[in-house]
Unconditional design. Structure first.
Length: 404
């Protein structure tokens, strides 16, 4: 019988059987403006394994793609590389339909899956480096703790040189194209960086360790098969993305100065524009991101490759403007590093808004190279000249940090 969803053959023995989520726009606070995919794979040997599953609600699509290759009940093993619900949400549905011999996950995933599904799943734990025979083929499991959950692991299929890397090297991008090289490169570049900034960044030190331990295994990889978005099959693209993961983990400062702010009656906006002029005069590259039109996850993406973070807030009811509070809470969790910066804002009679910004930036360990800058009510020409000079001071501190 004809069906809407079919598997896509990737290699001799590997099929993509995931789901495309064209309408997702909010991934726990991250604006996924291009949707996403939840990638799942079949490895077909004498025995067959399903690697990862998809988010709840997409199980029928996944099973339908599987059915275009084989009867789902003929699958022998399910491997869960990562317990987060965008990959485990339909595990119980998959287990009920497939009745696998084993559901395999890392040791740390046993309690994680139990706490998600409250005893509904029987998990067979595997250790780091353990293998699973598929008869004429073999899977190897490698722990990648905190990349980006404690139970995360990747699965290597040496037979066709495929590394199933779960979230690592992914991007939120819905498409029927399955490979990075079939998509516009500027979109691939932006969405890969956005994914790193919003998902992977807090675990940057672990990324470096995980990359070097994977490199130490000297695995031949012809296909890097992530759990989100298109796959990496060209050697130069795999080299690019692994290189970028290393570079983004380091967060070496650049000339880019992100100025993120909101405004109540236009005064903090006037300050931001004058500060931008001063940053530019000092050799920095200012990027003004008014929160009336900039999403927190786009701010995080720009901060990933910045050297300065300058944040402005008006004072509203003795505290921060709500949009500024939101972006500061979000960025604090992502723990960007190696930034200089400062806090600014206009106020009416109390002026606590920029002080709260200053406290948040201190908590984020941004190197505050200037005093907090406040202007009462509407800045006049002299105040704006002061804003420009203040921006220039930040630029000078930033430029002094860059390699000459
Ligand atoms: Fe795609 Fe960490 O889940």
């Amino acid at each position: 019988m004809a069906q809407a969803f079919e598997a896509m053959k990737l290699t001799d023995r590997v099929y993509w059987v995931g789901a495309i989520d064209w309408s997702l726009r909010n991934f726990h606070g991250y604006l996924t403006s291009r949707g996403t995919t939840y990638n799942a794979y079949l490895v077909v040997g004498e025995k067959t394994a399903l690697i990862d599953t998809v988010k709840a609600g997409f199980g029928d699509e996944m099973l339908s793609r599987v059915a275009s290759v084989m009867d789902p009940s003929d699958i022998d093993y399910i491997v869960s590389n990562h317990a987060e619900m965008d990959h485990s949400g339909c595990l119980t549905q998959a287990v009920e339909r497939i009745r696998p011999e084993k559901l395999i996950a890392s040791k740390a995933a046993v309690s994680a899956l139990d706490q998600h599904f409250h005893g509904a799943l029987q998990v067979t734990p595997v250790s780091n480096g353990e293998t699973l025979s598929l008869g004429d083929a073999e899977l190897t499991f490698v722990e990648t703790k905190m990349l980006h959950w404690p139970e995360s692991m990747v699965t290597y299929f040496g037979g066709d040189a495929v590394l199933f890397s779960q979230d690592a090297f992914g991007m939120h991008l819905a498409s029927t194209e399955r490979y990075v090289d079939e998509l516009p490169w500027d979109i691939v570049e932006y969405e890969t960086a956005k994914y790193f900034a919003n998902i992977v960044l807090p675990y940057a030190p672990v990324v470096v360790k995980a990359l070097s331990s994977l490199a130490g295994l000297d695995l031949k990889v012809d296909l890097l098969a992530t759990d989100h978005g298109p796959l990496w099959r060209q050697p130069e693209h795999r080299e690019w993305v692994t290189g970028k993961y290393g570079e983004w983990s380091e967060q070496a400062p650049t000339r880019k100065a992100v100025v993120v702010y909101d405004t109540m009656w236009g005064s903090t906006d006037m300050m931001a524009r004058a500060i931008g002029e001063g940053l530019s005069a000092g050799g920095a590259h200012p990027l003004l991101m008014p929160l009336s039109g900039s999403h927190r996850s786009d701010v995080a993406t720009e901060v990933l490759t910045a050297g300065a973070l300058v944040v402005g807030s008006p004072t509203l009811n003795k505290t921060l403007y709500p949009t500024v509070a939101d972006v500061l809470a979000y960025l604090t969790g992502l723990t960007p590093k190696n930034l200089v910066g400062g806090a600014f804002g206009s106020y009416g009679w109390a002026g606590q808004g920029s002080s709260h910004v200053q406290e948040a930036l201190e908590k984020m360990k941004v190197d505050l190279v200037v005093e907090e800058l406040k202007v009462q009510y509407v800045p006049d020409a002299e105040a704006l000249a002061g804003c420009r000079a203040w921006g220039r001071t930040i630029a000078d501190a930033l430029m002094a940090r860059l390699p000459q």
